[in-house]
Design a protein around this ligand. Structure first.
Ligand SMILES: NC(=O)c1ccc[n+]([C@@H]2O[C@H](COP(=O)([O-])OP(=O)(O)OC[C@H]3O[C@@H](n4cnc5c(N)ncnc54)[C@H](O)[C@@H]3O)[C@@H](O)[C@H]2O)c1
Length: 512
């Protein structure tokens, strides 16, 4: 996203940002409210910030006057034409622009829109009272409005202090939803906003939709009695899911939770297909590079690496792979890529991309050997894949040439082009296709419906994956876009395969 390095995607601890929330443990909300500093804790990137589009961050909200930005939305008295005041956004007058952004997103989110249409009569979320804490942008607005259409009442806060599209938040508030979010919240604002969503008059939430675990954390810590009344938590981020598993292990999770992050429909589409598109976009936008004939090394041939390789090979790059895992190395070989050690090729490489989820994959030693003009970037979750800190030495000069683009210059004049200071390059320099967000949003909505409607006893106080049949349903919601026609099993075939004709079609251990 073209947010000009304001820190949306930086991660202070260098751990998982993604979509996600804070990298480190969440600071206790109560103490945050007292001791808030500059919001540095929230300067982590999150995968879900993937749903921000560059155009949206560059657009209207970021163009709002600085005078206006100087006044905290908490100090403003705002109301809609209908007299609605239960919200706190930057500027309610931006609502029309936000509405247009939401309508554009709806066009590219066929799955969640189809779900909205199919289930709007049944209202499967009637009586659901959802506390939501996600990025607030055009795509998540489509999810929020779908949940309401399906019968839910919602109160919503942002899971990241930088990622809110102010005009979208205004459009949601204008439509009458209690939304508490603006771009550039302080750490204290951040917790205040979530608090406003949890604790309100005549409001006992019964579901949580979290992206990073912060709403869950606040409720668990500060409103424990309320937390015990929750029927289910749906969590999207790696970090939030990790915390839920920790809570469960410690016996502190008193409600069932769905791990949406590890749904097949999310992992495959987010990691492989989305990265396949966004790697090219990120590199083009930041460097204007021509790909044909360029030598590229991709570290890691997992889902993300495979997506990057496909895209770059398609544009005529000569692609090398590094891998630690012989299975992935064999896959890369069979796909026609040379598997090498980084040191073997590094002197001739034009572009280095890390996609391992590991640390120090590209070291100072490697960067010392790179040729002039080599582009270095990271697609993995953590900003530790490239040892960027090792470049902060007195002998090297840093020159910011564009937003998210630094030239690091050696004493002999050699320069490498470092993108997004080693943070996720696609989240920092590109946009995420709404279509991919549609898949995740549909998965989240179904997880809420499943937990909310499950008969007592189906789910215990533990962390679950969405049933495979629902993953299949999410996929099926997106097929009409492609006019894809599924073959139906005959009775004979179903019997032969031991399958139900309506699915699920694969065992849980199937890898796709
Ligand atoms: N940029 C994005 O939009 C985006 C989207 C999804 C996931 N991710 C992140 O990208 C990373 C990769 O995700 P994935 O789904 O491909 O994971 P994965 O586990 O499928 O693939 C990672 C691969 O890296 C290999 N690897 C580990 N250490 C290595 C090393 N030192 N050198 C070479 N190879 C090494 C592993 O063997 C594995 O095959 C993760 O950190 C994930 O969170 C990013």
């Amino acid at each position: 996203m073209a947010d000009s390095g304001d820190g949306v995607n930086s991660t202070s601890s260098g751990k998982e940002p993604r979509s996600t929330l804070t990298d480190g443990p969440v600071t206790d909300p109560a103490s945050n409210m007292k001791d808030s500093k500059s919001g540095a804790l929230k300067k982590s990137s999150r995968y879900r910030s993937r749903s921000l589009s560059a155009s949206s961050t560059d657009s209207y909200s970021s163009g709002s006057s600085s005078d206006e930005d100087d006044v905290s939305p908490r100090e403003k008295i705002q109301k809609t034409e209908k007299g609605f005041t239960d919200f706190c956004v930057r500027n309610i007058n931006q609502n029309a622009f936000g509405r247009r952004e939401i309508e554009i997103a709806e066009q590219e989110m066929p799955g969640i829109m189809a779900l909205r249409k199919r289930a709007s009569d049944d209202k499967p979320l009637k009586n659901a009272k959802i506390v939501g804490c996600t990025h607030i942008n055009a795509q998540t607005a489509v999810l929020i409005e779908t949940l309401v259409e399906l019968g839910a009442q919602v109160r919503w806060a942002a899971c990241n202090i930088y990622s809110t599209q102010n005009e979208v938040a205004a459009a949601l508030a204008y439509a009458g939803y209690p939304v508490f979010a603006w771009r550039g919240e302080t750490e204290e604002d951040f917790w205040w906003c979530i608090d406003k969503c949890v604790a309100a008059e005549n409001w006992q939430p019964n579901m949580i939709l979290d992206d990073g675990g912060d709403a869950t954390h606040l409720m668990l810590k500060k409103y424990n009695a309320m937390f015990k009344m929750i029927q289910g938590i749906v969590e999207e981020s790696v970090t939030g899911v990790h915390r839920l598993y920790q809570l469960s292990k410690a016996g502190k999770l008193s409600v069932p939770a769905m791990n949406v992050n590890d749904s097949v429909t999310k992992t495959k589409f987010d990691n492989l297909y989305s990265c396949r598109e966004s790697i090219i976009d990120s590199l083009k936008r930041s460097t204007d590079i021509m790909f044909g004939g360029k030598q590229v090394v991709i570290c890691g041939y997992g889902e993300v690496g495979k997506g990057c390789c496909q895209a770059l090979k398609g544009l005529g790059c000569i692609v090398y792979i590094t891998e630690i895992d012989p299975i992935c190395a064999l896959q890369a070989s069979m796909d026609g890529f040379r598997v090498v050690k980084l040191n073997e090729v590094i002197r001739n490489i034009d572009i280095v991309i890390t996609a391992t989820g590991n640390k120090n994959v590209v070291t100072r030693e490697h960067m010392d050997k790179m040729k002039n003009g080599c582009v270095v970037c990271n697609m993995g979750h953590s900003n530790t894949e490239i040892d960027v800190n090792s470049l902060r030495t007195p002998d090297l000069t840093w020159e910011k040439v564009r937003s998210q683009v630094d030239h690091v210059i050696w004493p002999d004049g050699k320069r490498i082009i470092l993108l997004a200071e080693g943070r996720l390059v696609n989240l920092s320099c590109s946009s995420i296709p709404s279509f991919v967000v549609s898949i995740t949003a549909a998965t989240q909505a179904l997880a809420l419906i499943e937990l909310f409607n499950a008969p007592p006893g189906r789910y215990k106080s533990d962390v679950y994956l969405l049933p495979k049949k629902m993953d299949e349903y999410v996929a099926s919601l997106h097929l009409p876009t492609f006019d894809a026609h599924l073959t139906e099993l005959t009775d004979e075939q179903a019997k032969y395969m031991g399958l139900n004709k309506a699915g699920p079609f694969k065992p849980n251990y199937y890898r796709y």
